[in-house]
Design a protein around this ligand. Sequence first.
Ligand code: 26M
Length: 823
Amino acid sequence: QDANEPTRTGLSRGALKRAVLDNLFYVMGRFPEVASASDRYSAVAYTVRDRLLERWIRTARYYKERNSRTVCYLSAEYLPGPHLLNNMLNLGITRTAGEVARELGADLAEIRETEEEPGLGNGGLGRLAACYMDSLATLQIPAIGYGIRYEFGIFDQVIVDGWQVEKGDTWLRNGNPWEIPRPKLTFPVGFGGRAEHYTDKHGVIRRRWLPDLMVNGVAYDTPIMGYGVTNGNLLRLWKSEAPESFNFQAFNVGDYYGAVHAKIEAETLSKVLYPNDEPVAGKELRLKQQYFFVSCSLQDMIRLQLRNAGTLDRFHEKYAIQLNDTHPALAIVELMRLLVDEHFMSWEQAWEITRNSCHFTNHTLLPEALETWPVALFERLLPRHLEILYEINRRFLDEVRVHFLNDEERVARMSLIDESDGRKVRMAHLAAVGSRAINGVAELHSSLLKTTIMRDFHDLWPERFHNVTNGVTPRRFMVVSNPPLADLISDTCGHADWIRDMRRLRELEAHADDAGLQGRWREVKTAAKGALSDWLGQHTGFRPDPETLFDVQAKRIHEYKRQHLNLLHIVWLYEHLKQNPNAELTPRTFIFGGKAAPGYFMAKLIIRLIHAIGEVINSDPQVNGFLRVAFMPDFNVKNGQRLYPAADLSEQISLAGKEASGTGNMKFAMNGTLTIGTLDGANIELRDEVGHDNFYLFGMTAEEVQQRQAEGYRPWELYHGDAQLRSAVDLIASGLFSHGDTELFRPITENLIHSDPFMVLADFHAYQERQQEVDRAYRDPNHWTRMSILNTARIGKFSSDRAIAEYAKKIWQIEPAPVELAD
Ligand code: 26M
């Protein structure tokens, strides 16, 4: 029967095996004997891809026939992680594929390792976009994710002498089996030039833009399949290219060099991802990237709507555009320009459509992370857009004046233009004015939005404000990254429906005290720790002991996330152990992971300090039975998948009020990791869900932080007043960790003592106390395992399926469109 199955679509062992051999020969041009690991990977990937295509194309046809309302998720970043195993899971062929690999003398684990992940994002925001694409498909909601096909994604991090060194990411080196180029789907995007008046054929005076540079955006499509459904959505990323005509123009006037130069300029646009998780002032190329992908995406939507409806009058009924932070906020101005200038719509109607199409998610309250663009730069690159922005602002400020009589200060505060220090466009204000709905990403964050950076907007339009607490996909972060745990859960619950309905994990609760489950639960955790240890041993030379408590902090390195609070505690523990060699202490391995923005001096120095402390502690036989420090280089989606299953304790220790949500907290807890954390972001809701007894809370509340700062925060008083804290800081300053160099870490210690903007010293004592409680609790395995099981059992709320269902209902008003697979 297997022999009769079609080679390109069959899911049986026989069909899969034939397909892999076929692809190895006809796509990669290799006999099995001479195939490289990369050839084998590609052959398997093409085999899986073929099987997605039927579903994917069927979905596209079905959505088109139904003319379904469609979510357009606009994001400058996506971090999907490796596709292969996720797609196998969605097709339900993971097991068969493993068998086929074995029969062919290959190993699925090795094939899986060979995949390069698309690192098209920095961290939380990009990974959230990928989780949402997964859930949109699984919930059968028609959606297109629009973004940029960066040729170079986030850098690879290597550690040299304890310092971060950035290596260029070459993810496309061996080709990308998951994408399909669509050269016919190309849109022109203009830059620079000027705007002018002209008289149209009806004698009406209109305005138009005459750009002086044109770039093409070419679509590259990647299928995003749902779990256990036929639906497959579309991730459409734009690559920039020079228009063909450009060459000839310049060639005719003899400027060959100029033509080549222009071509290179055009291709630069989608070359590289900015590796910062906050804006760097006035980077022209970044603004170009944003406009480039926004313009291509809107032109694509308009094309589809004109093809289906013949008019743009109901554009907003067809599309729900979601702006992932302000990076795509130019969509508001560009949609106005396209409707008014190019499709000759009245301003009023165009504004009605624009404002009813767009929705804005904010991801940060940090003032330094709010995007602004110098008006002069904006005008030079997008002169017509600046005019439109001014007109939007003029009408908006009139509305403000009518609503709040005699309050010109408020008008100045709310203006789309910041006039205070060189004129700047405020992108968050633009996003707010042009959107139907504005949301934060956790309860605390959404409520702080209303009282801080968006306060005036909340006064004006309270009904536009929402909260949608972030979520993450259990497919990737449980089933794909931790199969033994997934199997154990399914076994215990008697079904695998929890993968689609995470609230059903609650069924585990009844078994939390069951000795049999506890034993198996611990075995799964210990095996994951062993696997992580092996990996770390191979990649760093230090193999942690899986018997120790694995205490993990993995996220971008940032002062507000307070990796240095963790370090101060480690240094304190070290001193404590040296002074009390017989102290009763649970053996622990502190594991860090995370990249620093290449230009963020303090973050890079924190990485150096982690290594410095690790070097001294790990080679001190006096403490080695109890204390070790490891750093996992190149924290990315793939490496995260190794980390989450292996952690006993997850560090979520940002200063309250600073972390919008955090999503690592959820990924760890799903895998039975306990959290030590502050009342920040989604930690608050996570603690409420898993139970206050199963969460290690410490630190000031956001309100206390505000009060403390208003009173005047004086870290040096804390430093002088607390002997343990002082000696921990002093030990770093003493040069112990830097071969006697007392200068190296001074920027960190001085900053803590004299400024401490993220109040590390204020929370130190509470943190240390709570860590002692962790230490004691871990020594009671049954109690610890019970808490671990309860964390997983009660984590259901943080599935991205719940988050997307909330967006669908509260924000987008969109219904599922289930696709049937043909019989
Ligand atoms: C902007 C302009 C120029 C260059 C880079 C940027 C930029 C890129 C990424 C700014 C911010 C970026 O990401 C911010 C981010 O990842 N925020 C995180 O979003 C998560 C998902 O909502 C939250 O869970 C985190 O709390 C939040 O820090």
